[in-house]
Design a protein around this ligand. Sequence first.
Ligand code: ZN
Length: 256
Amino acid sequence: MRVLIYSDVHGNAEALAAMAEAAEGSYDTSLCLGDVVGYGASPNQTTQWVREHTKVVIRGNHDRACASLDGIQWFNPAAAAAARWTHAQLQPDNSAWLQGLPAGPLAWEGEYLVHGSPLDEDEYLMEAVQAAGSFAATSATCVWFGHTHVQGGFALLQSGGESRLEALRSAAEPPAPEARAGVRRFQLEPGARYLINPGSVGQPRDGDWRAGYALLHTGEGWVEFHRVPYDLEIAQRRILEAGLPPRLAQRLAAGK
Ligand code: ZN
C-alpha cells in the first residue's frame, strides 16, 4: 500500500494544491498529522480539502487553538493574531470538524501518528536527546510526527547488539541532485525504528520554501521525502490582503 503522509498545511491552499497535483496517482490512502489551519489565508479551503481527501487526520495545536481559542495564550503575537482571524473566518461545519479531530498518538495499520511527539502534542522534536526520549516512550516501529515544520527525523539502528541514533536526510538538503529534484528515497531497515517528519506543506522552516510531504510504500518498505514548488506569490498576497501579520507572508519565501 502506498500512503501519502503530510502535515502542517496551515491554511496555505496554494501549497496544498501543488502537493495534491504532484502526488496524484501515487498513493492509495493518506494521513494528516495536524495543523490544517493557522497562519495562512485559506483556512476553509484547506479544511475542506483535507476533510474530503484524507483517510485519517489527527489534530495539531493550531487546529485546537483556531477552532476553540484553547491554548492561544501560549502563542507568539503573530500566531495568536492568525488564530483569532482564522477562528472568525472558519465556517461552522469546518470549525466543528476541526474541534472533533482526535489528538495523537493514534495507531493506524502499524503506523503511529503524533503531532508533536509521542509524549506531548506540543513538544518540538528537534534534537537527538528528544528523539531518544520519544523512542523510549513508545515501542512503535515507525512514529510519524509534524509540528517542527522540518522534513526529516531520526532512525534508531541496530547492529551487533548496539543501537545507534542517526538523523534522516530530507529532500531539502544538499547535495544536489536530490535536493534540486525535490525527492529523496530511503529504505526502512528491518529491526530499526523511526521517527519521521514528512515536512510542512504550507509553512516549511528548514530553509526550503517548497511544500513538503512524504510517501510510504508499506509493502516495499521505503519512504520518499518530496518537495514541490507552489504559487508562493499568490499565497503571500492573500495573507497581506487578509490583514494578517506581514511576517507570515515574508517567512514563506525564506522557508523559515
Ligand atoms: Zn504547525
